[in-house]
Design a protein. Structure first.
Length: 399
């Protein structure tokens, strides 16, 4: 797979929906009402493969099908291996459950003191405020929960979650997630942010959202005013491939940035989507141009029916190694595995250290050259040039 700039124009326009009035197209509620949610709707616009048809037939038993018209325009309808298409159109692979896969791969339920709230790390909580998304990623970590296709019957308990946070002064960091928090109305979102800001020990509020990617029309001036009022509110968006970096997403990110929202990106390493160093480099370059800092690259979680997306961890390390030193440091995300069963994020890095002794660190740089870093500062002479006898630094009197 390769991705070059001559294929990477910033897409804009209404594509298949040219007949729709611009005012409707730019209305995020119109986008939601006109989502593609059935195989019959899909087949109006494209020819599905046998594998996709089978996946669609199974979707309502695992994770519902839903794609906004805006995001559907980014799909290459003539290429079954299109990286955008692979992310949102179900495939038969979702019906195959493999060894090690789990419904709750991150052990969130075991760390949930009240419904919708996960307290795994000492000083922070994950607050699940909805079970709905604008579109559904086929590799979703919470496919057991979102869309309720598996009868999980998750009902967010905002008040219980808020009371828990109020009662636990060790919680200084709250991450709103779901589902997608930006599907809440401005009024509901403002209520949550206002309540959190009233809790004195809460210092840091974050939102995890793919709404800017699936539904950039949602990033309205009114929503940005809410963020200005209760900021700083940090936001992690989720872009996996440069094709998703459109003019509309760029404009949405700029609106958020100008409203004082620091932006980071969390990608998932996916087979056939971004498991290629040139694709990843094109992605991080585009993110930086959109005022978004590449933050995490996740090894895909062990969700049931996700094996067809899985990439060898060694490939992930190769990609990070291909970025380090070959692009700006701001563009290199931290590659992590969210340890199965609730162990938290574990950094996975290419090996640059050759050896550590009592005296030095021996290391290789991005070009493979060897360098040595001494661990002890051995004085050689004083400021006036007089030589010093060889001795431990602790025995030298500094004058």
């Amino acid at each position: 797979m390769s991705y070059t700039e001559d294929r990477s124009a910033w897409f804009e326009g209404q594509g298949l929906w040219q007949h729709v009035p611009t005012a409707d197209w730019q209305d995020w509620t119109w986008q939601l009402k006109n989502r593609i949610t059935t195989v019959e709707q899909l087949e109006r616009y494209m020819t599905l493969t046998a594998e996709e048809k089978a996946g669609c037939a199974f979707a309502n038993h695992k994770l519902a099908l839903a794609i906004t018209p805006y995001f559907f325009n980014l799909i290459d309808r003539h290429d079954p291996e299109c990286p955008v298409r692979r992310q949102v159109i179900p495939r038969a692979g979702e019906m195959v459950f493999s060894e090690g896969e789990m419904l709750d791969s991150l052990g969130e339920d075991a760390h949930s003191p009240v419904p919708g709230l996960v307290h795994r790390y000492p000083d922070r909580v994950l607050f699940l405020v909805t079970d709905r998304c604008a579109s559904y990623c086929r590799y979703c970590t919470r496919s057991r929960l979102v869309s309720n296709a598996q009868d999980y019957n998750f009902h967010p308990e905002h008040e219980q979650g808020l009371r828990y946070i109020e009662a636990h002064p060790e919680v200084r960091d709250v991450l709103l997630s779901g589902g997608d928090p930006l599907l809440l109305s401005d009024k509901k979102l403002e209520h949550l942010l206002a309540r959190l800001r009233e809790i004195k020990h809460v210092e840091f509020i974050r939102i995890g959202s793919r709404i800017p990617v699936f539904l950039p029309q949602r990033i309205t001036p009114e929503l940005c005013e809410v963020f200005k009022k209760y900021g700083p509110v940090w936001m992690s968006i989720h872009v996996n491939h440069p094709k998703e970096c459109t003019a509309d997403l760029k404009a949405a990110c700029e609106r958020l940035a100008f409203a004082g929202v620091p932006l980071g990106n969390q990608s998932v390493l996916l087979r056939g989507v971004n498991d290629d160093a040139e694709v990843m480099k094109a992605l991080v370059h585009r993110l930086l141009r959109m005022r978004v800092r590449p933050y995490y690259l996740y090894q895909m979680d062990l969700i049931t029916g996700g094996a067809h997306f899985k990439v060898d961890v060694r490939k992930g390390m190769e990609i990070i190694k291909a970025l380090r030193g070959h692009t700006t440091g701001y563009g290199v995300p931290q590659y992590v595995i969210d340890a199965p069963g609730g162990g938290g994020k574990v950094p996975i890095n290419p090996e640059y250290i050759e050896q550590i002794t009592d005296d030095e660190v021996v290391m290789r740089n991005y070009e493979g050259e060897v360098f040595r870093y001494p661990l002890h500062a051995r004085p050689l002479k004083t400021a006036d040039g007089a030589p010093l006898p060889a001795q431990p630094i602790a025995d030298v009197t500094v004058r």
